[in-house]
Write a protein that binds this ligand. Sequence first.
Ligand SMILES: CC(C)(COP(=O)(O)OP(=O)(O)OC[C@H]1O[C@@H](n2cnc3c(N)ncnc32)[C@H](O)[C@@H]1OP(=O)(O)O)[C@@H](O)C(=O)NCCC(=O)NCCS
Length: 249
Amino acid sequence: MNGVRVLDWDSAFFGLRIATLAAEVRSETDLQAALQSCRAERVDCLYVLSESHELNKRAWLARHGALEVDVRTTLSTSAPVSPAIASQQLSQVRAAVPEDLPALATIARTAHSDSRFWNDPHFARTHCAELYATWIRKAAQGQADAVFVATSGAQAVGYISCHARGAGPDAHAEIGLVAVAEAARGQGLGGALVRAALLWAQARGLTRTSVVTQGRNAAALRLYAAHSFVVQRQQVWQHLWLSHEPQQS
Ligand SMILES: CC(C)(COP(=O)(O)OP(=O)(O)OC[C@H]1O[C@@H](n2cnc3c(N)ncnc32)[C@H](O)[C@@H]1OP(=O)(O)O)[C@@H](O)C(=O)NCCC(=O)NCCS
């Protein structure tokens, strides 16, 4: 339907009809046709990801009511982890075990408040919380190639998920979700988790590691910059609600 694809998982999770727009749809005529398809298919919310320089497309969508909800920021590093910093606080990091899941889900329910879902008032807050709890649970249950936790005593107080992506010259590592419980922040645990991910990648011969975060997430951007990550790409997420009724939380 005119560059619009319904997202089954998101639709089932939020109890709404959610679709995404193909990146190639950018002319006014194509956007108009896509919106007509969305209305015909009773789409509630259309996710649109644009390059930051696609000003005309973003402005057109904004005029039709789209909310700008995130600047999707991709960073990467190919810098080797120096032995001097590699071991800092690594004693507080270990591989996640099934017993950690409840603690990880609890952290995830509040940690990702800079995300595009939390930043869109049309999504129920309870759904936003459960989205990230589900995400880290699935990652630790095998969807990620590795999940490490930061600990305080025996208790998991932070996590990082890691993926091996691509093949051949494009083979690289990707960091998925990262968070540290609010009470444990500012003690170096976020840094220790990032170093654990970089060492995991290095041990697999993956010399490049990428991560996606939110343009407004100053703490995350500082954390990655401190580990030699450089911004590679900035894209803008817009959510266009065709059913404008805010949900009850
Ligand atoms: C981003 C995040 C993971 C950082 O975790 P953290 O444990 O606070 O990270 P660190 O402690 O390693 O570093 C944070 C700051 O503490 C400082 N710090 C590090 N070790 C320290 C220590 N021993 N004593 C005091 N401060 C220290 C760091 O220099 C850094 O300072 P800066 O922000 O001025 O650069 C955390 O803020 C978080 O969970 N945010 C919500 C989830 C999120 O946004 N995730 C990323 C996007 S998916």
